[in-house]
Design a binder for this molecule. Structure first.
Ligand code: SIN
Length: 485
């Protein structure tokens, strides 16, 4: 792990109760671009996860007892340090995750923006006074932190998915324990180092890195001291974790899988739609829950769109994330690339036409070529599964109702996109799509001020925005009696 300006950002042990806690076992963190081991780090046990939960529980009273302004100052200092160390954090992120350095820098800024935003919004946790049914009473509503929050976060956004959860939790007055993905723990540990430098007290923000997914997961979802559990990852794993949370009736928020349709109507600005689909699909090599999964194009413009889009995809540069001109990095693992290839080959066997890519790249087993497929139907494996890779299946539709039917024909409901210049259609389609987030003439929709989250089996709860703060707050009703004059 060479070339960091601040070598102390590279940490190799879990961060529990303000200390770097070693363990006997080790796990290797590898570079997906070459497979080489970047560093060996301590592999925390379930007992260490429990220590982290107890530390968060011990720290809760003092942290929730601070004023919102006091917490805001500390969060703001954390934000400032993330921005100051943006280059190093981005380098660590690219080395362990693979995304191009420019995208990694973007992710650090994106992650930090949640900390900045919630540092401010924490000051606006207002209560309410409700007119009472009798003159002898007053009804007051106050909001309080839920308590200790535990989290499991994914490898595709190793900084921003932690920041989005932790910033809201800490601003609300909760304390926090996160288990980051074992593929990408270094970004999480660097965030902990900066939290400590910012003056966030011991026990408020804890990071437990361990390969025993079941053991650590059990502590984080079942420990009675944890009040709320939050997860970003697949729908299949999310369902199991929700079930585990049931025994102690924890609050849960789930940001799960997606199958985003990207609809191009016949009245769309075609060039804008091509650019929108490109950024939405190929961000992070297609390994994003809100990535376009299926492109639905009106039959009258299908040939023109496919031609322009394929040309644009063919120009994307694949390579190591550290190379200046790379736009698409490796996938997280060879297994991930194999899974994508299986969907591509099965769909070709069912009649889809391969017009670009469709195989591994010369750079190695983790690299999959940017791929475009036409004549795809909604029931083919490449369309009805979450691809999580750099493949664009293009489907034809005949009219607005047909497009909406195809778009909604999935268990998922995270993000959807459409391009149209007809204002009536814009409202009709936006209201008819069963998705939590809709990009209209826009392919990139994520930011700290907007509510991020899904419907159906894409999860529940929202992150980011003032709605995201509510997920970390309890509503308490105070009934004040004996007020008669
Ligand atoms: C995700 O893939 O889960 C997050 C993507 C985003 O925040 O835009």
């Amino acid at each position: 792990m060479q070339n960091l300006n601040d070598a102390k950002l590279l940490k190799t042990a879990s961060y529990i109760d303000g200390c770097w806690v070693e363990s006997d076992a080790q796990l290797s963190v590898c570079n997906p671009a070459g497979g080489d081991v970047l560093v060996d780090i301590s592999d925390a046990s379930p007992a260490q996860a429990e220590e982290a939960v107890l530390a968060a529980s011990k720290a809760l009273a003092a942290w929730s007892g601070k004023t919102a302004q006091q917490r805001s100052v500390l969060l703001r200092a954390w934000y400032d340090l993330m921005i100051k160390h943006q280059d190093d954090l981005a380098r660590i992120l690219t080395l362990e995750q693979g995304k191009p350095l420019a995208e990694a820098k973007g992710e650090i800024a994106y992650g930090a923006s949640f900390i900045e935003w919630f540092a401010e919004e924490g000051k606006r946790i207002y209560g309410d006074v409700i007119p009472a049914p009798g003159i002898d009473k007053r009804i007051l509503v106050i909001k309080q932190p839920v308590g200790v929050v535990s989290a499991i976060t994914p490898w595709n956004f190793p900084n921003a998915m932690i920041a989005r959860k932790a910033a809201a939790a800490l601003a609300a007055g909760c304390t926090f324990v996160v288990r980051p993905a074992t593929q990408t723990p270094l970004s999480a540990l660097a965030m902990a180092e900066l939290a400590a430098r910012a003056g966030i007290p011991a026990g408020v923000f804890n990071v437990v890195v361990g390969s025993d997914a079941n053991g650590l997961g059990k502590v984080l979802t079942e420990h009675p001291a944890v009040a709320k559990f939050t997860f970003t990852g697949s729908t299949a794993v999310g369902k199991k974790l929700i079930a585990q949370c049931a025994s102690t009736v924890k609050k849960v928020s789930m940001e799960l899988g997606g199958n985003a349709p990207f609809i191009v109507f016949e009245d769309a600005d075609l060039n804008a739609a091509v650019q929108g689909a490109l950024v939405s699909k190929y961000r992070n090599a297609g390994q994003t829950c809100v990535c376009t999964n299926r492109i639905l194009v009106h039959q009258d413009i299908y040939p023109q769109f496919c031609e322009k889009y394929t040309q644009a995809v063919a120009e994307l540069k694949l390579g190591s994330g550290l190379d200046q001109d790379t736009q698409i990095g490796p996938m997280i693992s060879a297994k991930a690339a194999q899974d994508v290839d299986a969907l591509v080959q099965q769909s070709i066997a069912q009649g889809a036409k391969l017009v670009l890519g469709g195989s591994y790249a010369k750079q190695g087993d983790n690299f999959y070529l940017p791929t475009v497929m036409t004549d795809v139907t909604n029931d083919m494996p490449i369309a009805c599964n979450e691809i999580f890779g750099p493949v664009s299946p293009i489907i034809r539709f005949s009219d607005e109702q047909h497009a909406i039917k195809l778009a909604n024909d999935t268990q998922y409901g995270l993000a959807a996109y459409f391009y149209s210049r007809d204002i009536g259609r814009i409202f009709r389609v936006a209201e008819a799509l069963d998705y939590g987030m809709i990009g209209i003439n826009e392919g990139l929709i994520s930011n700290a001020t907007a509510p991020f989250g899904g419907m159906k089996q894409s999860g529940n709860g929202r992150e980011g925005s003032h709605y995201g703060l509510d997920d970390y707050l309890e509503i308490k009703y105070l009934c004040l009696g004996g007020m008669e004059q």
